[in-house]
Design a protein around this ligand. Structure first.
Ligand SMILES: [Zn+2]
Ligand SMILES: [Zn+2]
Length: 318
């Protein structure tokens, strides 16, 4: 094994373990509560208008591509979840009946460019989930206990579980859909070398780092790459917090990912099975959502994404 392939394997392993932890908890949430309930539940006629909108975007989405060596699904086969199964997993009750808005909590030091990434991520998340996203005043990480910080290859790292339990949990608004901490420092979860982030689905809190998304200060292109990666992580993990497990239906932001390379290959948008989960559980208007996402990506120079969102927007507003 070359040092490059060893590094890829390590990264993949880290991704895999995080995703297993997340997927197993999500999967529990997605199981039918009644043993006698059919695996493919039938939706009531109330869902007909929503399902008609799904049919308009369906032709634009493609089935999941075959796995490449080391891809997530090759290592960890998963069953996925249809829209109807999601509705059933929530006992027909959307999240917006009990919870409103997403809070973003910046923690620690951010330079001007990183603050722009944070600002864009907050705006995009509001459009993507059709909810109010509030960025809370930045807080210092404060006195980090010795057991929650370390140096790895001269890079300072902070323990994710300390941030989740000791810093974020006390700040979580009980009626928030989710509270998300963004940090610029590298993260480690205790038993692995490093992670991009970690979420607690039951507590609906999560933490993600910009540290491994590339240096956005280097060029306009580097800024867009860092923004695209940050958006993907934020949408994927927030999807988990809505109770959405990994997707196997199509090429989708909710696909599991076993490496940076696999993650970079995946789209930012949710597929035709996962997207209606957002419409329904967040009460997001699909047409307004797609218009706002198109305009955002046009403005930020995310041209591939802008083209796709625009095709969906035109298809759905017919
Ligand atoms: Zn995941
Ligand atoms: Zn999907």
């Amino acid at each position: 094994m070359t040092s490059a392939s060893k590094a890829r394997f390590r990264i993949g392993f880290v991704f895999a373990l995080i995703a297993i932890a997340l997927a197993s908890r999500s999967w529990l949430l997605s199981q039918p509560t009644d043993k006698d309930t059919p695996l493919q539940p039938k939706l009531s006629a109330d869902f007909d208008p929503l399902l008609a909108q799904v049919e308009r975007i369906r032709p634009l989405h493609i089935a999941k591509r075959p796995n490449r060596d080391g891809d997530w699904l090759e290592r960890f086969p998963e069953g996925g979840q249809t829209f109807a199964q999601y509705v059933q997993s929530r006992n027909q009750k959307p999240l917006h009946a009990d919870f409103q808005g997403i809070d973003i909590q910046p923690l620690g030091e951010f330079d001007e460019t990183q603050l722009r990434i944070l600002d864009r991520t907050s705006e995009f998340m509001g459009h993507f989930f059709g909810v109010t996203v509030k960025t809370l005043p930045a807080q210092p990480l404060g006195e980090i206990p010795e057991t929650a910080k370390r140096l790895r290859h001269d890079t300072p790292q902070v323990l994710t579980t300390w941030i989740l339990d000791d810093v974020l949990k006390p700040r979580h608004r009980p009626d928030a859909i989710a509270t998300i901490a963004l940090v610029t420092t590298d993260l480690w979860p205790g038993n692995l070398n490093w992670v991009f982030g970690q979420a607690s689905i039951n507590d609906r809190i999560g933490v993600w780092s910009l540290h491994r998304n590339g240096d956005p200060r280097l060029s306009d292109e580097a800024f867009r790459l860092c923004l695209r990666r940050t958006l993907k992580t934020a949408m994927h993990e927030t999807g988990h917090m809505l109770g959405i497990p990994h997707c196997v239906a199509g090429e989708c932001c909710m696909n599991g990912s076993a490496s940076r390379e696999e993650s970079d290959r995946q789209p930012l948008e949710f597929c035709q099975e996962c997207q209606p989960k957002i419409w329904w559980t967040c009460d997001a208007d699909p047409v307004q959502r797609l218009q706002a996402l198109t305009e955002f990506c046009d403005r930020e120079g995310l041209s591939t994404e802008a083209t796709f969102f625009k095709r969906e927007w035109y298809a759905i507003r017919k």
